[in-house]
Design a protein around this ligand. Structure first.
Ligand SMILES: C[S@@+](CC[C@H](N)C(=O)[O-])C[C@H]1O[C@@H](n2cnc3c(N)ncnc32)[C@H](O)[C@@H]1O
Length: 266
């Protein structure tokens, strides 16, 4: 997979691509990243990449010409940016975009070329989005100063799903969101730390019991922290029974705490 990141702050993006799993993936040739400085495509004397907004208002807006010229350059050798091509996606980072999640990361991991545009100031002249059929992506409901961190978030989440990027020891199959649930808690040595012991079942060597414990922990955490995820999760009949059990236990505890009789008045 090729990932092209278009930015006016290339140094903000480079270092994270040169560490850990992303570095290994690049060295193995599983992903190819290029960081393109939009300023190199500015043609005026001051190499400007932004200008005042039409209609007035605060801040500056990123000019379309340098970004579009940078897009042309990264698409060279293939169809131009205004032509939609299977296998290539042009993404525009924006707090007003679709919210990025694990399902979208899986979807984007199917492409062979991702182009990510980093905005700044008040954002990017909207004609870039329109011309390049760019998909606007937000990494969450908050506003950052620029699109570099979102571009790295997307690059990281997508790259680790490219086959071969994660070694056998770092499996994407069981982690949070993989089945629509949050992951169970993890432990490593020592067995006891500051008086806290690892749950005994994890030392039992009984694979089926470990599986059931982890599944129940996942369900319990998801119910407590992100109950809305359960609506889309793949749940077995056993999962549903377990969730019903937790809910009735919680209800009972709430009633007890409120000083009510849970025995049916006997
Ligand atoms: C200060 S923001 C612009 C905010 C814009 N005026 C608005 O209200 O939607 C500058 C740039 O940072 C990036 N950015 C900020 N927050 C983001 C988020 N939550 N997700 C993705 N990109 C974001 C985008 O590239 C955006 O163009």
């Amino acid at each position: 997979m090729r990932i092209s990141i278009l930015t006016i702050f290339p140094e903000m993006v480079r270092a994270p691509l040169e560490e850990s799993i992303l570095k290994r993936a690049r060295e193995k040739g599983l992903i190819r990243t290029e960081v393109v400085n939009i300023r190199d495509f500015a043609t005026d004397r001051h190499q400007s990449t932004d200008d005042y907004p039409y209609g007035g208002g605060p801040g500056m807006v990123m000019k379309p010409e340098p970004i579009y010229a940078a897009l042309r350059a990264v698409c060279a050798g293939g169809p131009p940016p205004n032509q939609e091509v299977p296998g290539r996606a042009i993404l525009l980072t924006s707090p007003a975009g679709e919210v990025f999640n694990q399902a979208m990361a899986h979807e984007l991991a199917q492409y062979t070329h991702l182009v990510i545009i980093c905005g700044h100031y008040e954002g990017v002249d909207d004609r870039v989005r329109e011309l390049a059929h760019a998909r606007e992506i937000s990494i969450g409901d908050y506003v950052l100063t620029g699109g570099e961190l979102p571009a790295l978030v997307i690059t990281d989440a997508v790259s680790r799903l490219v086959p071969g990027v994660l070694g056998g020891e770092e499996s994407a199959a069981e982690e949070s969101f993989s089945e629509g649930l949050l992951e169970y808690p993890q432990y490593t040595r020592p067995f006891e730390f500051e008086g806290l012991q690892v749950p005994a079942v994890l030392l039992s060597g009984h694979h089926e019991e470990v599986r059931r414990w982890r599944r129940r922990q996942s369900l319990e955490r998801t119910l407590a922290r992100r109950p809305e995820l359960l609506e889309q999760a793949h749940l077995t009949e056993e999962d549903k029974r377990f969730l019903a059990e937790i809910q009735s236990r919680t209800k009972e505890a709430e009633l007890l705490a409120a000083g009510e009789d849970t025995t049916g008045g006997v």
